[in-house]
Design a protein around this ligand. Structure first.
Ligand SMILES: NC(=O)c1ccc[n+]([C@@H]2O[C@H](COP(=O)([O-])OP(=O)(O)OC[C@H]3O[C@@H](n4cnc5c(N)ncnc54)[C@H](OP(=O)(O)O)[C@@H]3O)[C@@H](O)[C@H]2O)c1
Length: 74
């Protein structure tokens, strides 16, 4: 089994979200998901750079996190 950890994907679910450079197309994400599963990964961040974004999110102190407009109140 592969646990998939996705970044923002341009799909109907996110149709009303403001898009930024972190968004990936569904086709690209689908290719990366297939590659991860076929490669036998136990866990995959998709796209790969999402691992580093989430590392930053996890390691940002709450007080600082809440001062970043795009992230606050989450
Ligand atoms: N988009 C993102 O940025 C993002 C990021 C991280 C995680 N995710 C997660 O990834 C999952 C899919 O997200 P999405 O953006 O692709 O959502 P979406 O645009 O709303 O698409 C959901 C898809 O699931 C299908 N579906 C819903 N219920 C189903 C069922 N019972 N059986 C078979 N198919 C069913 C829908 O088919 P129909 O169109 O036929 O209803 C649709 O194709 C969600 O769990 C979401 O939380 C999404």
């Amino acid at each position: 089994m592969t646990t998939l950890k996705l970044g923002p994907v341009d799909t109907p679910m996110t149709a009303t979200h403001a898009k930024n450079a972190l968004f990936s197309s569904a086709a690209r994400v689908a290719r990366l998901i297939v590659r991860a599963i076929d490669g036998g990964a136990k866990e995959a961040f998709v796209p790969g750079y999402w691992r580093w974004i989430m590392w930053g999110v996890r390691n940002t102190p709450e007080a600082l996190f809440q001062r970043i407009g795009a992230l606050s109140r989450r």
